[in-house]
Ligand binder design. Structure first.
Ligand SMILES: NC(=O)c1ccc[n+]([C@@H]2O[C@H](COP(=O)([O-])OP(=O)(O)OC[C@H]3O[C@@H](n4cnc5c(N)ncnc54)[C@H](OP(=O)(O)O)[C@@H]3O)[C@@H](O)[C@H]2O)c1
Length: 340
């Protein structure tokens, strides 16, 4: 098969052995697969996959067709279109995954399904399962124009929250605003005195699109989805409501910061971090089942969707990785693996 192969800390289009499957696995003929920051880090040698995962093919999410099934698999049949998370190996024509971590693709997603899982599983796990997001709460999402941030913004709106999504680059912010003013549940949209777009939704949700400089002007926050962390954590504590929860998911602004610990005590703030890739199979299966039950109905109802910034054929994988590293994208970058 052909795959995106890591060779000498760079990525190339090359041949690789097909994966084998065991009793609980399915072999997927991959159609599309999303690109993530973890792939870039893995190629550079900074983020090795967990033991038991193919080491020289990146790729954490996919959609495709079930081609073979292990003897114990009853959840799917040959030819089903599936999607899901994997710890690596998705940037290839064939992928072996445990059937418990795969989901049937809702027709409405089409090829975009390859970019669904990393963003939506991560956002749902952090906001709903870990931070306990509830209707009416205020939520700040930093680095909001990427895959996870756009998914989290949509979740916050679907949950009826007061969402502030902070976007650094002006041109990306304009595209982000246009995407959300086109949401089917918008009632009204207007600019405020700081030039931030305020949008109201039918279910009572409110979205403010801020810059990193203006995010503190709007509200104190119950929940922070930190894709930046680093020094931004110091600002979070100043903006935190009593009982706030800070979910650290990304470290785009660095791995350390100085915080006034007395603020944690005074405001009863909880800070936690999480990654999905190294979780045990049972936890991944649990999360997969939650997404099937609670998110896929929202996808089918067009409350949630995936914004695809751009797609590249697998043979142009170097160009796709280059585009990701360049930044200033809105949403996800996809590799089109089966071009037919
Ligand atoms: N813990 C987990 O399980 C998990 C899962 C998925 C992702 N992540 C992590 O979460 C982070 C976001 O993932 P993603 O897929 O959404 O990435 P992404 O698509 O690359 O988006 C990142 C966004 O953050 C913005 N950004 C970067 N540096 C910034 C800064 N210093 N200040 C303000 N904005 C900044 C980027 O804007 P520009 O493009 O304009 O620079 C971009 O819009 C990554 O670090 C990723 O590794 C963690």
């Amino acid at each position: 098969m052909y795959a995106a192969l890591i060779e000498n800390s760079s990525i190339t289009y090359a041949q690789a052995p097909e994966p084998s499957i065991s009793g609980d696995d399915i072999l997927v003929k991959v159609e599309t697969a999303g690109l993530n920051a973890a792939d870039i880090l893995q190629v550079a040698g900074y983020y090795p996959p967990p033991p038991g995962t193919v080491e020289d093919i990146p790729g954490l999410e996919y959609c495709g067709t079930v081609e073979k099934m292990g003897a114990n698999v009853t959840k799917f049949k040959i030819g089903d279109r599936v999607m899901g998370l994997t710890a690596g190996g998705a940037h290839a024509e064939k992928l072996s995954v445990n059937a418990a971590t795969a989901l049937l693709v809702p027709d409405i997603l089409g090829k975009k399904a390859g970019g669904f899982s990393e963003a939506f599983f991560t956002a749902y796990d952090a906001l709903v399962l870990k931070a306990g997001l509830k209707a009416g709460e205020s939520l700040l999402i930093t680095g909001a124009a990427g895959g996870v941030g756009m998914a989290a913004t949509q979740l916050g709106i679907a949950w009826g929250c007061q969402v502030t999504s902070s976007v650094k680059t002006e041109s990306t912010r304009k595209r982000f605003e246009a995407y959300f003013t086109g949401h089917k549940n918008v009632i009204s949209s207007q600019r405020d005195t700081h030039d931030s777009l305020q949008t109201a939704f039918r279910n009572g949700a409110q979205l403010t699109v801020s810059t990193p400089e203006t995010e503190h002007l709007y509200r104190e926050y119950d929940i922070f989805l930190e894709l930046l962390a680093g020094a931004h954590l110091t600002k979070d504590l100043a903006m935190a409501k009593k009982g706030a929860r800070i979910a650290i998911i990304g470290l785009l602004e660095g791995t350390s910061c100085e915080i006034d610990l007395s603020q944690l005590l005074k405001k009863h703030v909880a800070i936690f971090g999480s990654t999905l890739r190294s979780r045990p199979l049972e936890e991944k299966a649990f999360l997969t089942e939650h997404v099937r039950q609670y998110l896929l109905p929202l996808v089918i109802n067009k409350d949630l969707d995936i914004m695809i910034d751009s797609s590249f054929p697998l043979r142009e994988v170097e160009r796709a990785y280059y585009h990701f590293k360049n930044g200033k994208k809105l949403g996800k970058i996809l590799l089109e693996i089966d071009e037919h």
